[in-house]
Design a protein around this ligand. Sequence first.
Ligand code: DAU
Length: 353
Amino acid sequence: MKILVTGGAGFIGSAVVRRAITQRGYTIANLDALTYAANQANLDSIADNPDYSFHRADIRDLDALVKVFAETDPDAVMHLAAESHVDRSIEGPIAFVETNVMGTANMLQAARTHWEGLSDARRDAFRFHHISTDEVYGALGPSGFFTETTRYAPNSPYASSKASSDMLVRAWGKTFKLPVVISNCSNNYGPFQFPEKLIPVVILKALAGEAIPVYGDGSNVRDWLYVDDHAEALLTILERGKLGEIYNVGGDAEVSNLDLVKQICAIIDKELDRSTPSDSLIKFVTDRPGHDFRYAIDSAKIKSELGWTPSVTVEEGIAETVRWYLENREWWQAIQARGHKQDRIGLAVGVKA
Ligand SMILES: Cc1cn([C@H]2C[C@H](O)[C@@H](COP(=O)(O)OP(=O)(O)O[C@H]3O[C@H](CO)[C@@H](O)[C@H](O)[C@H]3O)O2)c(=O)[nH]c1=O
């Protein structure tokens, strides 16, 4: 199978690309604009594989997409390219609409034209898999779970742009009969995550001995999904998911932000044999505007219908992730050398330097 993956140089996309090549033997065309969070180094392990090709293109550019479809002639699309960081969407929402909404509409149009030109057998087998987020469902209180039928109620510009993109995918499926499937996942973590998200921010701040910014009182809850478990879920959905369906993918690992930060600090203290506890670096900072209190996702459908289940516990996954950042300093130091400061967004929402 030839799969066109968008956003394959990103954190989740690169995990999908590596797994699709090494564990499935698929041919992968990676379409990526290489914006700030993308990193070709995430793909070093497969870059020379004859089953891998890279195509630099921006999903905001429909003509460029049409060319990549013609060059790569895919049997399926996995659409992961997106602006993904909630804080950035608060700072600059329009870019999120342009990439996540217009970019998805362009991908759907290019995929539709390609799909309509395929032979009957290839048309029947074609899939457009749209990768989305549980944030489309809004925020939960202390109890309850998001299911695939939960009403959409996105709160941030990021979440609403992803909700809009889901609706576009649905519309192309209903109106043009494009064979679509959508998945909505919880918070991913693991190796190669760009140091703007909570877990790498905490690790790098703790290693540097700098203040660890915790928004509000740290009581917000997220459900943590190890990125390789997610990549496996995505390939499973592509291979066996039912057309027109939505699948929720979570890690069964709800943790409050403060507990998670303390857990990471404890692992770092143990790994580095530190005598002063790293959690003394925690600094409670101004809360994110419109901060969703809790995300919790019910993955019963993908478990019962497709047989997928998360295999990594949050304790194992966090320890593995901390060790990866300790052992791969050159990876994140190169990002820092390019000028990205992992507290830039934190400062924007009120961290006092
Ligand atoms: C960066 C940062 C975050 N936080 C808090 C805000 C959130 O409650 C929690 C996790 O924040 P983030 O790592 O930014 O992730 P969050 O806003 O939950 O969104 C993530 O998870 C979503 C899935 O739920 C994805 O769709 C998004 O693309 C992804 O960015 O930690 C802090 O307390 N301090 C921080 O420095």
